[in-house]
Design a protein around this ligand. Structure first.
Ligand code: PMP
Length: 417
């Protein structure tokens, strides 16, 4: 929409030569519009690209085949035949939607089975499934943290956690990224009587580094705080069987509130919290993002249920391939002189600092058959623009070699290496 034109028309209608000043949100809309138009004019706008074919790690966009490096399908389960069959059968049996919200007429036996399945997989008494990972964090944190409580969040946590903290009625405090001294400093300031919730990503979504679970657990015990960990990027990825951060550190049961998404390793949509029965019962009856939002559709629920079976049966083997690919890719980038930050997971940032370099490198990669995207400020701090490449178990060693070649040429072209 061209809001300025509307302003202009109003100004003329009012008999004035000068248009009225822009309000704050119009100015922001205009500024973004201009930024996007400029990027499109320079042919470096790569967001929202429609994909029309998916063939393993290869995708097609606008008649061009590209090797996918911007996917969260870490174990490559996206087109798993058994998972597709389960979705088809459920759609035929139950239809493609539900009767509404879970707490009223929307609960199917499939939802109950899925929550039991997740609880078992996570080693917890119970689990609740929400309609997205974003909603899971938003609704859970804002429901748990009431007046007088504190929520204490790692500075690099995902936006859904930050938004949950903003919506919560309690005090919102942050600690420096993965800095346990700083976490302790914040915990010390909290009144002994306050409920305290510490929240962190297990694998940080922009940098691929891993949360310091052992020290955080010790601090939470010392200061009587509960620990919530977001396993969006660690489910299927960390630990030999892909059970996540507790398995990675060999600390079963260490996390009080386990959050995960069903849209990444698990090829569906939705999010969950696994924890003790009373906590989950409380959330089922109080979390507004659950109580007032429709149930997951049957085909998605059935697909996810089967995906957990597949994860249990094939996860160990797929995870081994994933780890091999991660090492291959990161060591190749480092050998070529790239800075990949602190990652040791499938989320691989290729640090290029400036927006121009990020856009230039993205363009080279996209033109040469690699689907990868830049992450720019304000999504990351100023001066830390990057490409974010995700490795998966679906990539072959030849795919990784091909990608490395393209990244190296792109890096040379924009002067990063
Ligand atoms: N938490 C983290 C750490 C994430 O990276 C994301 C999504 N990228 C979410 C939560 C939200 O999950 P979903 O996309 O399933 O809504």
């Amino acid at each position: 929409p061209d809001w300025s034109t509307t302003d202009g028309v109003d100004a003329v209608a009012n008999g004035s030569d000068t248009p009225p000043p822009q309000d704050g949100f119009t100015a922001r809309i205009e500024a973004l519009w201009e930024r996007i138009e400029n990027a499109k004019a320079e042919k470096v706008y790569y967001y929202l690209q429609p994909i029309d074919e998916i063939d393993g790690p290869w995708v097609q966009t606008e008649n061009q085949r590209k090797l996918m490096f911007a996917t969260y399908s870490y174990l490559g389960l996206l087109k798993h035949p058994r998972i597709i069959q389960a979705a088809q059968a459920a759609a035929e049996k139950y239809g493609t939607g539900t009767h509404g919200v879970r707490i009223l007429g929307g609960t199917l036996d499939l939802h109950v089975a899925l929550e039991e399945r997740i609880a078992r997989f996570a080693g917890r008494e119970d689990a609740i499934v929400y309609s997205s990972g974003y909603v899971t964090n938003l609704a859970t944190i804002s429901t748990l943290v009431g007046r007088g409580d504190w929520v204490i969040s790692d500075r690099w946590n995902h936006a859904s956690i930050v938004d949950g903290c903003i919506l919560a009625q309690g005090k919102f405090k942050r600690f420096r990224h993965n800095d346990m001294d700083d976490l302790e400093r914040v915990l010390k300031h909290a009144p002994a009587s306050a409920g305290k919730l510490v929240v962190a990503d297990a694998v940080f979504s922009m940098d691929g580094d891993i949360f310091n679970l052992p020290d955080a657990v010790a601090l939470c015990r010392k200061y009587n705080a509960r620990l919530m960990v977001d396993e969006a990027h660690s489910l299927g990825v960390l630990g030999a069987t892909g059970r996540g951060i507790e398995e990675h550190f060999d600390m079963p049961g260490a996390v009080d509130i386990k959050m995960g998404t069903l849209s990444k390793t698990i090829p569906g949509i939705g999010g969950y919290i696994a924890g003790d029965r009373k906590l989950i019962t409380y959330l089922r009856h109080s979390a507004r993002g659950f109580v007032f939002s429709a149930a997951l559709p049957p085909q998605v629920t059935a697909a996810i249920l089967t995906a957990f079976d597949v994860l249990e049966e094939e996860g160990v083997a797929l995870n081994r391939i994933l780890q091999r690919n991660v090492e291959h890719f990161i060591s190749g980038l480092k050998a070529a002189g790239f800075d990949t930050g602190m990652t040791c997971t499938p989320i691989v940032p290729i640090m290029v600092q400036t927006e121009e370099r990020a856009m230039g490198m993205t363009k080279y990669c996209q033109d040469h058959g690699i689907f990868v995207l830049p992450v720019l400020p304000p999504a990351v701090p100023e001066g830390t623009a990057r490409l974010r490449a995700n490795v998966t178990a679906a990539h072959t060693p030849e795919d990784i070699d091909f990608a490395l070649e393209v990244f190296v040429q792109a890096g040379k072209q924009v002067g990063v290496i």
